[in-house]
Design a protein around this ligand. Structure first.
Ligand SMILES: [Mg+2]
Length: 183
């Protein structure tokens, strides 16, 4: 059994769907900004105009992180991992320009996973400073103080924008596949 860090957005929470809804609400000026399923890069500003970038900044600073659905199978998998004996912690970086982000994530954790899971919540602006055996995360190339020397090995949770990213070769395509011998 292992100590496993699990990222929040794009791994447990269907962030892309919430982001898409927020862009839809902006109207025609946001029509051509790539939605989650068409994102080619983790960087939301890549390949869009300056005007569109400003829309993205506005959407991100007011995005409702509570109004998100779980990714299919995530809640069941997290509870099964605990039952199996893993020590699972949710490890998330807040969006710095969104004052409600942390509060929304704590509320979401309480409502979808239960009160006990709040104690498993690690909120950090630098995931490389946290030690564990594994980090399940959708972000390619995680930067930070100990980048390249992290105390964990990343398991990339497959999403459209990381499909072709170089990683260490550890992948999780869906929560249905979490059981494996290596963990
Ligand atoms: Mg993420």
């Amino acid at each position: 059994v292992s100590l496993i860090l699990v990222d929040y957005d794009g791994v447990i929470v269907n962030w892309g769907k919430g982001y898409g809804r927020a862009l839809d609400a902006v109207g025609p000026s946001a029509a051509l900004i790539p939605r989650h399923e068409n994102q080619r890069s983790f960087n939301l500003h890549e390949g869009i105009s300056t005007e569109e970038s400003e829309i993205v900044i506005g959407v991100m600073s007011s995005l409702d992180y509570y109004d998100m659905e779980p990714i299919e199978g995530a809640v069941e998998a997290l509870n099964s991992m605990i039952e199996y004996g893993h020590d699972v912690r949710i490890c998330t970086s807040p969006w710095p320009d969104n004052p409600n982000c942390i509060r929304d994530k704590v509320r979401w954790t309480e409502d979808y996973l239960g009160h006990e899971w709040i104690k498993r919540l690690i909120i950090t602006s630098d995931k490389t400073m946290i030690m564990a055996k594994w980090l399940i995360d959708d972000k390619p190339d995680i930067k930070g103080y100990y980048a390249g020397f992290t105390g964990w090995t990343q398991v990339t949770f497959t999403q459209p924008y990381n499909r072709f990213a170089e990683d260490g070769g550890y992948r999780l395509d869906s929560w249905a596949d979490w059981r494996n011998e290596e963990w």
